[in-house]
Design a protein around this ligand. Structure first.
Ligand SMILES: [Zn+2]
Length: 296
């Protein structure tokens, strides 16, 4: 979808810091097959990314000043060309290459309503996020980051050469080098890894690793269990800013600050996570790591 708008900038988002509500000025509203597309200058709602759609969108409500309340059924990332006001959503946004042009990300709320929401353009509204779903997605997302760091640590013995790209805890970053896709659902995260020829050339003993998946899994579970016994703070910095801004997940593990670039949402403390159970399974060209994580 492509629209001409008068929007001048990407959306300012407050979800990284954990916000569940906030005011925003409606800047765009248009009907589409899925309902209404609504964009505000500011929102606490986390949208699904079209570039790395691992964490699904928040759900919630928009309350307008006249008392009308509408449900947010989904939230997508769109692109605005702030100079020309051109808005791209869906396939048109996906077709834009990263770094191409002066596109900025916007949060497109998908709203079901029989009313003409275009009447609210220019007005302030209150956005609220459904907290249980946010938490149910944040718990496995934080657990998946712990699992990635533990995977890197447990796979150290399988590197036969020095690998230059280390994670923030100083281990060869197998997670970053091999991840093919991730998906997060309430209480579970699934990470698909590909162990290709280039990793083998870089010194990763693919066969040795795959023959020891069970032992690696036990080690990962043990490490995560130990980390969860602490009440460590988890933060995303900066805690608010433009949707496109680079944000970092931070958590102090074993005395070192672990840092992972991240566009999603997280718990505030590791103690909010209850049981975590990781399973590793071989796949056609690598392996799949499944992280089951429940709220404490
Ligand atoms: Zn993340």
């Amino acid at each position: 979808m492509k629209f001409d708008t008068s929007m001048k900038a990407g959306t300012f988002v407050t979800f990284p810091g954990g916000a569940l509500a906030g005011q925003g000025r409606i800047e765009f509203a248009a009907p589409c097959a899925n309902g209404w597309l609504v964009i505000a200058d500011r929102t606490p709602v986390h949208p699904v990314s079209f570039r790395w759609p691992d964490q699904p969108a928040d759900l919630g409500q928009i309350a307008f000043a006249d008392g009308v309340v509408v449900e947010i059924a989904d939230a997508w990332t769109g692109l605005i060309d702030a100079g020309a006001g051109v808005l791209l959503i869906g396939e048109e946004a996906k077709a834009v290459r990263k770094g191409e042009g002066a596109w900025q990300g916007v949060v497109v709320h998908i709203v079901q309503s029989d009313r003409d929401l275009g009447a609210y353009i220019g007005e302030e509204a209150r956005f609220t996020v459904e907290p249980r779903r946010r938490k149910a997605l944040s718990v496995p997302h934080t657990a998946a980051h712990l699992a990635a760091l533990a995977l890197n640590a447990a796979s150290v013995p399988f590197w036969t050469k020095d690998f230059a790209d280390l994670d923030s805890l100083g281990r060869p970053n197998l997670d970053k080098a091999a991840i093919e896709n991730s998906s997060i659902e309430p209480a579970v995260s699934t990470d698909v890894y590909r162990l290709g020829k280039s990793l083998k050339k870089k010194g990763f003993d693919r066969d040795g690793f795959l023959n020891n998946l069970e032992t690696v899994g036990v080690e990962i579970n043990g490490m995560i269990c130990r980390w969860l016994e602490t009440n460590t703070l988890v933060s995303l910095t900066p805690s608010e800013g433009l949707l496109d801004g680079i944000r970092q997940w931070r958590c102090n593990l074993d005395g070192t600050e672990a840092i992972i670039p991240c566009g999603g949402t997280h718990v505030e403390r590791l103690s909010e996570i209850g049981d975590v159970k990781i399973t590793l399974a071989p796949s056609e060209d690598g392996f799949v790591m499944t992280t089951h994580a429940r709220e404490a």
